[in-house]
Design a protein. Sequence first.
Length: 207
Amino acid sequence: MIKYLFILLFFCSNSVVAQNFSKVENPTAVKAKINSKAKSTTSISANFSEEVHSSMFNKAKKATGKLNYKKANKIRWEHINPKKQIILIDGTKVQMKENGKVVNNVASNRIVKKVQSLMMQLFNGDFLNEKEFRISYFYNSASYKLVLKPKSSKMAKYISSIEMIFNKKTLALSQMNMIETEDDRVEYKFSSIIMNKPISDSKFKQF
């Protein structure tokens, strides 16, 4: 299940489907806009909500937290409610603290390393090079939606697609959906987004 994949990876709406999107006729122009924004973004701070949908659950499991991202290769992903969990990524170093306890040997897991690379691609814009994904571009009056399909058959066993929703005016990432099957997916919605504000390196080193 994708929920457990994400546990591994971070160890290391209404649904977007309900929105109406049309296919972009000139994806090169949209790609250039998003790439330019990503390359000029030195940091991101945001709140997030998480919904885990699974055929195993009667209803979605919900959580909230905070995200901090800083170039290059620094992420602080912090679940606040209902569970307490912090994942720190600082370059190749990965640390995790859950329910007040530090989890040992997180970075030794090969899946963690792969997903660490994936998360960095998604936040720094490197996914746009399409080395690991085929990308389709869509739009509506308020947003751009990029649908990423894994090229690797190994990755496709766990994630059938990734949907990234960008605000059309600010080009900020407002929603990201990690989809395993039609019934199994994780949806993240971002709010109170602040870009290019100085963030201390200690945020990514200390719990």
